[in-house]
Every structure is written in structure tokens, then in C-alpha cells.
Design a protein around this ligand. Structure first.
Ligand code: CMC
Length: 430
């Protein structure tokens, strides 16, 4: 088979070069442009990285046109139905589904790391009670680097493994501490006899003065959401973790950078923004007004939880979460008028030419808040929940990058449009 190449011709000089084309296991080929600066004295220009593959990766595959999401080759629908968050975490990190013994050992390793240093707990007292939990969580994660000097050699595979276990294990504890701080309640220590998600609910909702029973329906619902949020290839926060980590920065700093990137409403902050938006819309009669605002280019309003850079079809995760909303609300014996409103909004938007032409569908964040609310998780904590689940993806990508012998610092270039060279003028002459 002849090797595929792209020809690049500079029409002004007539200079030509052949660019190698690389193929993955599935998905579109990529043109290797590494030498265009050397051969043609040009850079590529792709603001927002819409068509740029920044790395090779074996972790997650998305076909945005078909609405397909695979973790290590396994369809997310199958994992959502049959797997658990711990098993999916093992899969993302290791590349293979674990045996029973491997899964038990991994789960035990994670649960052994759930406690956080007491000094870290005291950090929360420095925050005002109404601090956004994402601010507390990103700060405390970054500070973890100050506690583990003995195991932060990024070139040591065992150190990288311990780091992975610590981040995945301690994030729920840090999130719960942030929650308790905002409530003014005492911190609740982790319970290692509980599953990952049951322990999280216990730390969130238990109080010292009475027993707390974790509803298995709630733990199962949270586990499902965590599976669906665990990874999503080179999204903004994962790319942030890779970029920060590519400098050789300690991995806690890189994960903290990822938490900060996730916070924005165009990314993980959308789940909180969706419920705020639904509340603002208020009732079905107001939907057309808000849909019109979302279409109006003079308005900054967008339908939160709609649209995606990669999916130009239904986000498969949104479909699963929408179906889960019915089940979870029924099993918990609650209803949520905002869910009814979200369903109507989806129906109306999907019939509207503006959304049809631009292929804007509900994304993962459109319905997840309905389930979080049903579990009693406050709105400001929604993005923190996303961060806990995504920590696995961040760690898997960071590990993949550091273990790659060809890895080098991430350093994009630019198209400079500022002033050309000019001489400094003394202040009296300006
Ligand atoms: N409401 C109204 N118009 C929209 C929306 C929306 N939610 N999303 C995209 N558009 C329009 C946009 O104005 C543009 O129109 P035109 O071609 O006329 O200029 C067109 O659709 C293409 O949009 P884009 O901004 O070029 O697309 P993007 O790939 O840069 O942005 C996005 C993707 C997710 C940031 C964007 O769709 C958005 O802001 N959505 C709302 C926020 C949201 O739900 N974010 C969660 C994303 S999924 C989870 C995650 O990543 O964490």
C-alpha cells in the first residue's frame, strides 16, 4: 500500500513539499505538519484547536458525527450498563478491564488513600463560608504537592501510581470538606468499608449527632454519572493538565490547573449553569423567549447544556443521563419540575432551524444536574462532582504523556498582529 501524503505548495515561490499522513486505529487521518516551518517558513493557524491533534492517545475515542464514545475501545453505553466507576477507572488507567482480583486490589488501594492530612483540613478555615467550592478544591489540590515530597519523581512509575491513587481517593474527601465548610458542619471522615460513591455521600451528608444511611439508589446513580464523566479525550481541562504537566510541574499542580479549566461555563461549569438557566426560564411559556435570546447574536445568552465542539449529533452521555433521570426520580420517589422543563426545552430547540442547522444537541451537562439535585447535592457542587469523576481521565492522560519517551513541553506558536519594532520614547516626548 502506498503511504498517504499531502502535497503543500507555496504558490508564490512554487516550493512544494510532501507532508506525511498518519493514521490512527479509527477516526480521521492527521497531516503531520511538524516540518512546515522548516520547509516553508510558515506556521499553522487553528484558534481553539478545532482541527489540531495535539497528541497521540490510546485512552478515549469520540466520533462526534455518529455520537460514539469509547473508553479504551469499550462503548460508554456498555460500561454505563454493566461496569462501575472503580472498574472504569482501572480500565482508563491500565488500558484493560481488570480481573476480579485486580479490581479488588485497585479498590483497596484507592480506599487506603481516602484520608487527607489534618493540616490540609485546616486550609478550609481560611476560606469564607460562601467561597465557591471549586475555588477551595483547586487550591487544596495544588497544596497537596507540599505534603508528598518523597513520592513526586515524575520519572518514577511507582511514584506516578501512588499519585494516581492519591488524587482519585482524596478528591471526594476534599470535596466533602469544602461542602461541610460551607455549611458550617464538622468534617466527616471517610469510611473505607463503603464503595467510592457511597463513601462520598456519607462524607457529604452524615452528621455526628445521628446515624446516616446511604441510599444504594443514590450511590448507584452517582456511580453512573461518574462513569459517564470519567474521560473525554483532549477536552479543555485535560489539555490543560497535559500542558501544565508537560513542563515537568508536579502532578498535583497540573490537576489543580485542570480543575480551574473545568470550572468555566463553556466546560464543566455548564451543569451548574443549566439549572440556573432552567430556573430563570421558570415555565414552559417562557421557553420561546429564551430560545430567541439564544439565537440572537446581540445577546450573550446561550442555551447552557447545548452544543459541543466534537459532537454534531446526540451526546451519547446525555441520552443515558436523560433515561437515568426518569429511573432515579422514580426510585427516590421525588419529582423535579426543572426536569419537565428541560425535556420541553430540548423538544422545542431540536425542532428549531437554528439548532438543527448548527447541529446543536443536548450535551452531558444538560440533564446531570437533575440527578445531582435529586441526590441533595447543592448546585455549587455540581462542577466539583464532575471534577471528581474527570480526575481519573486527567490522571490517565498525564500518565500517558509522561510515560511517552517522545514527550516534550507543550508550546503553541502565534500569529503576531501587534506593533512592529519601534524605539522607546522618553516619557516627556510621548
Ligand atoms: N446556544 C446557542 N447557540 C450556540 C450554542 C448554544 N449553547 N452553542 C453553539 N452555538 C452556536 C454559536 O453561536 C455558533 O453560531 P454561528 O455559527 O452562527 O456563529 C455555532 O453554534 C457554533 O458554535 P461555536 O461557539 O463555534 O462552537 P464551539 O465548538 O466553539 O463551542 C461549546 C462549543 C460547548 C462551548 C458551545 O456549544 C457552548 O457554549 N455551549 C453551551 C455551554 C455548554 O453546555 N458547555 C458544556 C459542553 S459539554 C461538557 C464539557 O465539555 O464539559
Amino acid at each position: 500500500m502506498t503511504e498517504k501524503k499531502f502535497e503543500l505548495t507555496d504558490l508564490s515561490s512554487g516550493k512544494k513539499s510532501l507532508l506525511p499522513v498518519k493514521s490512527g486505529t479509527i477516526g480521521p487521518d492527521v497531516i503531520d505538519i511538524a516540518h512546515i516551518a522548516r520547509d516553508h517558513d510558515v506556521f499553522s493557524f487553528d484558534p481553539g484547536f478545532g482541527v489540531t491533534a495535539a497528541t497521540e492517545s490510546k485512552i478515549t475515542y469520540i466520533d462526534g458525527d455518529a455520537g460514539v464514545l469509547l473508553y479504551r475501545g469499550y462503548p460508554v453505553e456498555q460500561l454505563a450498563e454493566k461496569s462501575s466507576f472503580m472498574e472504569v477507572s482501572y480500565l482508563l488507567l491500565d488500558g484493560q478491564l481488570p480481573s476480579r482480583a485486580q479490581l479488588e486490589k485497585f479498590t483497596r488501594d484507592i480506599s487506603r488513600h481516602t484520608m487527607i492530612n489534618e493540616s490540609l483540613l485546616r486550609f478550609f478555615n481560611g476560606f469564607h463560608h460562601n467561597a465557591h467550592p471549586m475555588a477551595m478544591v483547586s487550591a487544596v489540590i495544588a497544596s497537596m504537592s507540599a505534603f508528598y515530597h518523597d513520592s513526586m519523581d515524575i520519572n518514577n512509575p511507582r511514584h506516578r501510581e501512588i499519585f494516581a491513587h492519591r488524587v482519585i481517593a482524596k478528591l471526594p474527601t476534599i470535596a466533602a470538606a469544602a461542602h461541610k465548610h460551607s455549611l458550617g458542619q464538622p468534617f466527616v471522615y471517610p469510611r473505607n468499608d463503603l464503595s467510592y460513591c457511597a463513601n462520598l455521600l456519607h462524607m457529604f451528608f452524615a452528621v455526628p449527632c445521628e446515624p446516616y444511611y446511604v441510599d444504594p439508589v443514590a450511590a448507584e446513580a452517582l456511580d453512573l454519572l461518574f462513569i459517564l464523566h470519567a474521560d473525554h479525550e483532549q477536552n479543555a481541562s485535560t489539555s490543560t493538565v497535559r500542558l501544565a504537566g508537560s513542563t515537568g510541574a508536579n502532578p498535583y499542580a497540573a490537576i489543580s490547573a485542570g480543575v480551574s479549566a473545568l470550572w468555566g461555563p463553556a466546560h464543566g461549569g455548564a451543569n451548574e449553569a443549566v439549572l440556573n438557566m432552567l430556573e430563570q426560564i421558570g415555565s414552559v411559556e417562557n421557553i420561546p423567549k429564551y430560545v430567541a435570546m439564544a439565537k440572537d447574536k446581540n445577546s450573550h445568552f446561550r442555551l447552557m447544556g447545548f452544543g459541543h465542539r466534537v459532537y454534531k449529533n446526540f451526546d451519547p452521555r446525555a441520552k443515558i443521563i436523560r433515561a437515568a433521570c426518569y429511573k432515579v426520580l422514580e426510585k427516590l420517589g421525588t419529582s423535579n419540575p426543572l426536569f419537565e422543563l428541560a425535556l420541553r426545552l430540548e423538544e422545542i430547540a431540536l425542532k428549531d432551524d437554528y439548532f438543527v442547522e448548527r447541529k446543536l444537541y443536548p450535551n452531558v451537562d444538560f440533564y446531570s444536574g437533575v440527578i445531582y439535585s435529586a441526590l441533595g447535592i447543592p448546585r455549587s457542587m455540581f462542577t466539583v462532582m464532575f471534577a471528581i469523576a474527570r480526575s481519573v481521565g486527567w490522571v490517565a492522560h498525564w500518565q500517558e504523556m509522561i510515560a511517552d519517551p517522545a514527550f516534550r513541553i507543550g508550546r503553541p506558536r502565534q500569529l503576531y498582529t501587534g506593533a512592529t519594532r519601534r524605539d522607546y520614547a522618553e516619557i516627556t516626548k510621548r
